[in-house]
Design a protein around this ligand. Structure first.
Ligand SMILES: [Zn+2]
Length: 254
């Protein structure tokens, strides 16, 4: 099976590679990929090629996805797993892309049992064993780097990594060389620090949305890790170090 799988991967890479001009063009549109070595860029192109073969990308509400758009999504989605492998995205197939922020309606039950009907405007959403949903407008804005520390693709795919071992709770499956207690302490101390900053109306070092839940904290610091690693390392160096171990990348050195 392993041999057959390797042959299949080889075949896909040889026969359906992302065209080099499209690939280079997309990498140039975002600072996200700056500082990657030639070997890393080539490996990322292979991962993105396989990603586009294994996943189905669907534009909805009239959005037609061009090759360039699909490659932009695939390249950003594969950056976090550059040193982990595409298996980290196993168990689901669909990426749904709306033209703009999309609205969802939900029933929510609070602690007293009251059910309220909410309408929310979302930039992205990630379902356990289900699709990743994204807004193309926000993908473009984030690629241009207009919002420091923001990347909706990295955010939603970080949730996918978090959900590999169950519910999204800010604890993805750690590697054997990592210590669970160190991860928990780093993240809970940082989350508490951020909550205190907000309670005392101090200007937070990172996007305050991170304080909404441990899962959101992990997704938001992952966004910083890849788009603005120096800010993350400045405010939460211990969290940064844990992410270096988890993602097996050192973006602050790029
Ligand atoms: Zn989120």
């Amino acid at each position: 099976m392993k041999w057959l799988e390797r042959q299949r991967i080889r075949y896909t890479l040889n026969h359906y590679p992302i065209p080099l001009d499209v690939w280079e063009g997309q990498l140039q549109t975002s600072d996200l990929f700056r500082g990657l070595t030639a070997v890393e860029r080539a490996h990322l192109r292979e991962l993105a090629t396989l990603f586009l073969h294994r996943k189905t990308l669907n534009g909805v509400q009239g959005l037609t996805l061009s090759t360039e758009m699909a490659v932009a999504v695939a390249a950003q989605a594969c950056l976090p797993i550059l040193k982990l492998g595409l298996d980290y995205y196993d168990g689901w197939v669909e990426v749904i892309i709306y033209p703009h922020t999309f609205r969802v309606a939900r029933d929510r039950t609070d602690a007293t049992g009251v059910v309220s009907h909410e309408a929310l405007a979302l930039r992205g959403e990630s379902w356990s064993r289900g699709p990743v949903i994204l807004s193309w407008d926000d993908i473009v804005t984030d690629m241009a780097g207009f919002r420091s520390g923001h990347n909706v693709v990295v955010h939603e795919f970080a949730h996918k990594l978090d959900m590999l071992n169950g519910r999204a709770n800010g604890m993805p499956p750690l590697h054997p060389n990592m210590v669970r207690q160190q991860w928990t302490k780093a993240f809970s101390d940082a989350l508490e620090h951020l909550e205190q900053q907000l309670v005392h109306h101090r200007h937070p070092g990172i996007n305050p949305y991170a304080a909404t839940a441990p899962a959101e904290f992990f997704a938001v610091v992952s966004e910083y890790f890849f788009t603005d690693p120096l800010t993350l390392r400045h405010h939460y160096p211990v969290v940064y170090d844990q992410l270096v171990l988890f993602y097996r990348q050192v973006p602050a050195d790029r």
